[in-house]
Design a protein around this ligand. Structure first.
Ligand code: PEP
Length: 255
């Protein structure tokens, strides 16, 4: 069974000072919690400050995006090496907002995953269907394609550093959470597909996160499903108290 992971995606929120305050509070209030992984993904400008504040704790710091090239004339972009240099442990790749608002393709996402792994980062690889795709009964086809394209040529030896985040686009920032049953159906499908792509134990050990309007109120039901190993939390991770409730609630119920 994979180790549980609760990850906060802050998107374009929080200044450096706000980040430092949050990470300081999280570090203090998390002491004693050692049986799950916790990470936050601040904006680029706050990454190094977050890393510095998290020192001495097990809190991971993730970037929300990166470019696949190591360096060069790519104005406005950040490389994987720059993220490890800043002290990041993880990077989120393929978030639906990147796909939808910035036109990221499955091929670009694949290049990013390869470059992130090569630099030593752990990857949170986001996939998920839109409402139209779900209504057209295309959920499994869409997530299968995203998985296969995104992980193309990623060797078996690297897959242990990839977590998959199932984030139905219709549930992100909308307050409409997938039911635990809908989440489990998708997660079980993802695990089966990973098992086909990576025969052996890897799929059983892959951490599959659910993301989409996770709150302190619905985390219990989601985490009770056998293939839900954690959560990628957007809005509810911005407030320390609500993020802690999500982390701790799961702690009391399952451990
Ligand atoms: C996200 O952006 O990854 C996300 C899941 O957002 P929210 O929790 O706000 O729906």
């Amino acid at each position: 069974m994979p180790r549980a992971l609760i990850a906060g995606n802050w998107k374009m929120h929080k200044t450096v000072a706000e980040t430092v305050d949050f990470v300081r509070g999280l570090k203090q209030r998390l002491s004693g919690v050692s049986d799950r992984d916790v990470l936050v993904a601040p904006p680029f400008t706050s990454l190094h400050a977050a890393v510095m504040e998290a020192r001495g704790s097990s809190i991971g710091i993730a970037a929300q995006n990166m470019h696949w090239e190591a360096k060069g004339a790519y104005t406005g972009e950040i490389s994987a090496g720059m993220l490890t240099d800043a002290g990041c442990t993880h990077v989120i790749i393929g978030h639906s907002e990147r796909r939808r608002l910035f036109g990221e393709t499955d091929d670009q996402i694949n290049l990013k995953i390869m470059a992130g792994l090569q630099a030593g980062l752990k990857i949170i690889f986001c996939i998920g269907e839109t409402l139209e795709e779900r209504e057209a009964q295309q959920t499994f086809t869409v997530i299968k394609t995203q998985l296969n394209q995104g992980l193309k040529n990623i060797p078996m030896g690297d897959i242990s550093r990839v977590s998959v985040a199932y984030e139905p686009v219709w549930a992100i920032g909308t307050g409409k959470t997938a039911t635990p049953g809908q989440a489990e159906d998708a997660h079980a499908f993802i695990r089966t597909e990973l098992g086909r792509m990576y025969p052996g134990q890897s799929a059983a050990e892959t951490c599959i996160l659910y993301g989409g309007s996770v709150t302190p109120e619905n985390i219990k039901g989601l985490m009770a499903e056998p293939d839900v190993n954690g959560a990628l939390v957007g809005g509810a991770s911005l407030d320390l108290e609500s993020f802690l409730k999500i982390i701790r609630f799961e702690f009391k119920q399952r451990f």
